[in-house]
Design a protein around this ligand. Structure first.
Ligand SMILES: [Zn+2]
Length: 433
């Protein structure tokens, strides 16, 4: 996106309408300022620029702001505000206004934390990293920052994550030179989980209900209804991946891929089940008045209420809601989730697990595409994990989030060959200096 924008800058075009989708994603504040100067330049040449953006600095500087909302999905879709950023900060209906004005700031709910030990990664030289040795405090919120190409991902997702995953068997005879050193209270290396923004799973039948492991429980509930018992329908009958109650024309997808030979295939709604995914017999089975198709069409929030008396179904749904995804539908195909939604759903699945050993959660730019209001919910969940004694390492450049960190590691000073060194490390106050 930035390359395409760069190509436009050299041309003296006027009267063009440019539309940009979250151009500040992953940018260091310094890079963001450069991007802004480019946008101003295009505007002053006589062009119009429309930016879809959550970043408060960009919103403050815009000539005109349009806010949609107030909630997500069915609770959104209204024009909440239209006008200058100055008026928006004072507007009573605006959700973003209080954040612009500064009266509502992101904050941690727990205390700032002291580390209970650290993991030291020694002599890292991969890509542009300059033979650095980095200490990651445990039990804390650690942010790794730096301009694009400074080596953040190489350090965290390539080197640290892999070193933790591929550690040698304890007590193995070969004493390999280990890159990792554990210091402090823990007796063993913690587990590590990478919560990234990659798509969930490739299976066509994947949806929030299957991903969270509650679909089998919902099927069991339906199989225990008197009607299902009398007809002999077991839980497997309501599966979408095998024959039984599913619609056989679309094989439980609700849609059929139409091959257009030279064009990409398109999806059309199944003409037999009308997108309901089940056959008529299966749809005749109802639990509390709803059939399977209607349950899959429910939002997570509504379903948590609907299954209130079945904790094994309700609890995972409540976790999804807490993380700000209550608007997702149970049966929504996983391929329709954005990268950020996929990342948060992965985190929700981790949170819903009952017992966990001490774990390091690594997340790549979780603030990407999140409104400050959603970010508040996300921070709440991070605090919950820290409270349970886990550790969190974020790759993050947003100043509001860096401010909340217990420890910051900044790589730089530039991107590419001139990056890969540690510019600053310590609590936010130290990094500021
Ligand atoms: Zn069908």
């Amino acid at each position: 996106q930035r390359l395409r924008l760069g190509a436009q800058l050299g041309r003296d075009l006027t009267g063009i309408l440019y539309i940009l989708d979250e151009p500040t994603i992953g940018l260091h504040p310094r890079e963001q300022e450069a991007l802004w100067q480019n946008l101003v330049h295009l505007r002053d040449q006589g062009n119009t620029i429309i930016v879809v953006e959550h970043d408060l600095d960009i919103i403050r500087k815009a000539d005109h702001v349009i806010e949609l909302g107030p909630g997500a999905a069915d609770e959104g879709g209204y024009l909440v505000f239209s006008g200058t950023a100055e008026d928006m900060a004072k507007d009573r209906d605006s959700i973003t206004g209080p954040h612009l004005q500064g009266s509502r700031r992101l904050k941690r709910h727990g205390h700032k934390r002291r580390s209970h030990g650290q993991i030291i990664l020694r002599h890292v030289k991969k890509n542009n990293l300059k033979d650095i040795t980095v200490a990651f405090p445990l039990g804390c919120l650690v942010c790794v920052a730096g301009v694009s190409g400074s080596g953040k991902s190489t350090l965290v997702t390539d080197e640290l994550y892999h070193a933790l995953r591929c550690r040698p068997e304890e007590g193995s005879s070969k004493k390999k030179k280990t890159k990792l050193v554990l210091k402090g209270g823990l007796s063993a290396m913690p587990e590590v989980i990478l919560v990234d923004q990659a798509p969930l799973v490739k299976a066509r039948s994947s949806m929030p209900a299957t991903y969270m492991g509650i679909f089998t429980r919902i099927r069991a509930v339906f199989s225990r209804t008197p009607e299902a018992r009398s007809r002999g329908y077991k839980a497997g009958y309501f599966s979408l991946t095998r024959k039984g109650g599913r619609c056989e024309r679309c094989r439980g997808q609700g849609s059929i891929d139409l091959d257009l030979q030279y064009l990409p295939p398109i999806k059309i709604t199944c003409d037999l089940c009308g997108g309901m995914r089940y056959n008529r017999e299966a749809l005749g089975i109802r639990y509390k008045g709803l059939n399977m198709a209607e349950v899959l069409d429910m939002t997570v929030k509504d379903a948590a209420g609907f299954f209130a008396r079945i904790p094994r179904i309700r609890r995972p749904l409540e976790v999804i809601e807490r993380i700000g995804l209550g608007y997702l539908k149970l049966g929504q195909p996983a391929c329709t989730l954005s990268g950020g939604e996929a990342q948060r759903l992965k985190l929700a699945r981790e949170l819903a697990k009952q017992t966990r050993d001490s774990t390091i959660y690594i997340m790549d730019e979780p603030s990407r595409g999140l409104h400050p209001r959603d970010m508040e919910k996300f921070i709440l969940v991070l605090d919950e994990l820290l409270e349970q004694g886990h550790s969190i390492i974020l790759i993050e450049n947003q100043p509001e989030i860096l401010d909340l960190a217990d420890w910051i590691i900044e790589l730089g000073p530039k991107g590419g060959p001139e990056g890969g060194a540690i510019v600053a490390e310590g609590p936010p106050d130290t990094a500021k200096k």
